[in-house]
Design a protein around this ligand. Sequence first.
Ligand code: GLN
Length: 496
Amino acid sequence: MLHSFTIHRAAALLRAGEISATELTAAVLDRIYAVDNAVKAYLTLLPEVALAQAAAADAAIAAARAAGTLADLPILTGIPLAIKDVITVAGVRTTCGSKILESYIAPYQAAVVDRLAAAGAVILGKTNTDEFAMGSSTENSAYFTTHNPWNLDRVPGGSSGGSAAAVCADECLAALGSDTGGSVRQPAALCGVVGIKPTYGRVSRYGLVAYASSLDQIGPLAKDVTDAAILLGAVAGYDPRDSTSVDLPVPDYVGVRDQGAGDRGLHGLRIGVPREYFAPGMQAEVEGAVRAAVELMAELGAEVREVSLPHTDLALPVYYIIAPAEASANLARYDGIRYGLSAPADSLWEGYRRTRGQGFGAEVKRRIMLGTYALSAGYYDAYYLKAQQVRTLIKQDFELALQDVDVIACPTSPTTAFRIGEKVDDPLSMYLSDVFTLSLNLAGICGMSMPCGFDAAGLPIGLQLIAGAFAEATILRAAFAYEQATAWHKQKPAPG
Ligand code: GLN
């Protein structure tokens, strides 16, 4: 059952010489071969690359053992991971879930992948995503829909649904996703895994194919809080190749676990529960599980109080101006000349029309039209400028609330995993899946989702923990303490 290991468990066994990275990687590949026909988490598998990296990791471990330097070995040495297919790996196909990039081979590598490679990690492959990360279910992937391992008729969430499902089904030890409005946290919630949306600027976006550049951030998806902290620590940090990367030291995210452990519990931690985040219409079981989680954190010593984020209801309309506006500009580069698909045509204009007409799916076209409209002369002030002004109000809501509390606790998603097909024809109801997650991206602060229960149908429920800019360690401390007091993260879907 090597495939079911967490990173920290596998790392310990690798160091003890009880398993090899090659065995571990082969076991995870076998697991993929056994279940991915049903789950469909991967768009591209890299078995040869992975096994070669595993062999190199085994050599590094053997050398470190001989030299007595095992303690200095990066914790990710020999750990098999999956990468969302909007993040480039040099020499590997990067589709972004789009037909327009079906045969695009990335000539360069994302900063996060460089960091993973330097740490000796093993890259298993690229995971499915909604096209250009636009969506909440992976149903907007141009290739296929990923299935939720808890119930194959349900969506895994999105847009990082491939990564979340792969972690959930033990098809990797952990994975990277990207979160523009909830795409790490919402699939983490729907698949019952841990996902972190780091502060804007914490993780380099170099090599992350741009969706909405002022909102995009890469984050980890993992089987437990410790693993998420390990992966965040490995990819975070300053990168001069991303002009929005922030030059701040990366804390020891795993070390904060011990601050919440044992007798110390959550004493001294102030948790705010935003009254606007328990809207009528949300699934009662979600509200119940989240309220119970907050009660447990109070029993662990946290001081709980109600807070208000009064502009919450404006986050969704503001997001759906700003994100499409930025997307319409970012996606202008797919012109049939520089990247990927190029439809033959007699004129330049006809070439653009055919390439973009054939290459982009319906949701991407919808966003390009929305964004282009919002940015056009005469409408810019009414829509884009206004949205930016309201964005500031949303940011100020969080700043004000976080003066009184350290962490905000609320649901990640208003519902558990919905049925495949249920919302495909109703974009607005699909957009509502992210109603609790996207305000964080607008504010640029950090948040995470972790399992906090199950509904009557046996589907996982996610608890969202939010903190201010660069306060990832604070949410992790709360998350560690809560996780130690619960067993949700130990439950797994029936073997596929
Ligand atoms: N579902 C949201 C959207 O479609 C968020 C996606 C994301 O975070 N990438 O824009």
